[in-house]
Design a binder for this molecule. Structure first.
Ligand SMILES: Nc1ncnc2c1ncn2[C@@H]1O[C@H](COP(=O)(O)OP(=O)(O)OP(=O)(O)O)[C@@H](O)[C@H]1O
Length: 490
């Protein structure tokens, strides 16, 4: 019987989930604090942990890290409030299986649990059958391109790639067609969830390399030490824990494309090694003195402005120019309104297939709500909202009442509602108005400018507080104090 641990400071949620999951045939336990949950995990293994993102003692990302250190095979699902979705997405990038938003619906959570346990057993059996000497975590992330006709713009794992019909979409399509057949390095910029990895994959599949491997590495999720070994490989004994020779992603991607996500997060050392590959097309495994020739096309992605990183000396200018032979910028979904329903219909079709449902479409009100919303998590957020709506819909059409509250009624206010005070909207919590006093109060003017600057830098640095503090030229503690003072919740 599979064991599930629930960690949530809300006792009602623990009780409810425990009761529901035991009825479904799982063995359960619960804890209301992160530390208590970790104690239980040290005592006995659990196949799955469902963990609240905001625990009183430890934040969601740190919990995820500690759970994975105790047992990398434990699947983790994060519970989050809708306004924290953007940060919850980060947990998925750092190894959580998925996140579910409150309020919790039994069907949705059960569906997610089943998916997580299935993925867990698939990856356990895959790693048991692969030869341990050459197995690399990068191979798990590596997406070998399907052998099908490389001319079709396919998405990873044979999914469908949608362009849309907005002007931005038309331009993107042109750029992809133009750049794909060349060997040029491309940098793809855009907010989280705008489809950077999908576009990188489409470029790869449309290129002459389309039948060779596409290897994706998230530089933001790897420590400095791990990143070096993941990218370039190592030889036995190169460092403590290097028990056998290991190939890196450059070797796995040979002949194909290497996608470096969040490239701005590469350490200085690794930037230098990357420069060498870009210049000489050769790599050297860590600890080795032998060069290995590689033929790899590099596509990078970033959601920060790398020009700023270059100006601040965090990213080498010579690499920036080499990886930026061509730039593709993906606009946020809210600026491509004409595409919203095209993607929504596509995600509806996918959700119907996944959940074995037959929903026909969206009613007028739900369409309007989807078109008006801010979509801070872009396509990823839209996909999740549609999946959940499909799950909750009983009739033929999705109606507004199955959409999250923040989408149904974002509380947009006007200055008239607030007696002349300025109203702005926090990109992190779009439905929540931020009211600042009229501009004749100097203190409030500088405060709102400071708040806006902090939000902008946070967005650019992918909500990495250490980096944001660096860019703002303040220490982390000051940043924390300001986040609190300006009511910015990450
Ligand atoms: N063109 C597309 N067609 C169909 N689905 C798409 C497309 N682009 C993105 N998606 C969907 O949106 C999800 C997010 O896309 P992707 O992972 O490529 O975004 P990203 O910009 O790389 O995100 P992040 O910056 O957070 O890594 C994908 O898993 C996919 O389901």
């Amino acid at each position: 019987m599979e064991k599930i641990l629930i960690i949530d400071d809300n006792n009602d949620i623990c009780l409810l989930l425990e009761r529901f999951l035991s009825k479904q045939g799982y063995k359960t336990a619960s804890a209301q604090r992160g530390e208590d949950g970790l104690i239980l995990l040290r005592k006995e293994p659990f196949e799955l942990v469902i963990c609240d993102f905001k625990l009183p003692d430890i934040d969601g990302l740190e919990m995820l890290r500690r759970i994975k250190v105790l047992n990398p095979a434990t699947a983790v699902i994060i519970i989050t409030g809708y306004s924290d979705v953007r940060v919850a997405v980060q947990t998925v990038k750092h190894g959580a299986y998925d996140y579910v938003t409150k309020p919790l619906y039994p069907d949705e959570i059960l569906y997610t649990i089943k998916g997580a346990l299935e993925r867990r057993s698939q990856s356990l059996s895959a790693s048991a059958s692969s030869s341990s000497a050459t197995a690399s975590p990068a191979t798990v992330a590596a997406k070998a391109a399907p052998k099908a006709a490389p001319k079709t713009p396919l998405a990873p794992n044979g999914k469908r790639f949608i362009f849309g019909k907005s002007r931005a979409a038309e331009q993107l399509q042109k750029h992809v067609e133009l750049i794909a057949p060349t060997n040029m390095s491309v940098i793809i910029t855009g907010e989280t969830g705008t489809g950077k990895e999908f576009v990188a994959n489409a470029i790869h599949l449309k290129s002459k390399r389309g039948d060779k491997p596409f290897v994706a590495i998230d530089c933001g999720a790897l420590s400095k030490e791990l990143a070096g070994s993941e990218l370039f490989g190592h030889v036995k004994g190169a460092f403590t824990g290097a028990l056998s020779d290991k190939a890196g992603s450059f070797e796995y991607a040979n002949g194909g494309t290497l996608f470096l996500d969040e490239v701005g997060n590469l350490s200085y050392d690794n930037q230098i090694k990357l420069l060498r590959v870009l210049q000489e097309r050769k790599i050297r495994r860590i600890g080795s003195n032998q060069d290995i020739a590689v033929d790899v096309r590099i596509i990078c992605a970033t959601n920060e402005d790398l020009r700023d990183a270059v100006r601040q000396g965090r990213f080498r200018e010579d690499i920036y120019h080499r990886i930026n032979e061509f730039e593709i910028h993906l606009s946020p979904l809210r600026e491509r309104k004409a595409d919203i329903m095209i993607f929504a219909e596509h995600f509806l079709e996918l959700a119907n297939e996944q959940l074995d449902k037959d929903i026909i479409g969206f009613d007028d009100e739900s369409r309007e709500k989807l078109k008006e919303y801010y979509w801070h998590g872009n396509l990823r957020e839209l996909q999740n909202v549609v999946k959940r709506a499909v799950l909750l819909t009983q009739g033929d059409y999705i109606e507004a009442d199955v959409l999250p509250q923040e989408i149904i009624s974002p509380q947009y206010l006007t200055p008239e509602d607030t007696g002349g005070a300025q109203v702005s909207y926090d990109p992190l919590r779009p439905g929540v108005p931020v009211i600042s006093q009229p501009a004749n109060n100097l203190k409030s003017v500088s405060e709102s400018a400071e708040r806006a600057a902090i939000l902008k830098v946070l967005e650019k640095t992918g909500y990495n507080k250490t980096k944001a503090a660096e860019v703002l030229n303040i220490d982390r503690k000051t940043l924390y104090n300001k986040l609190k003072a300006y009511d910015i919740h990450l």
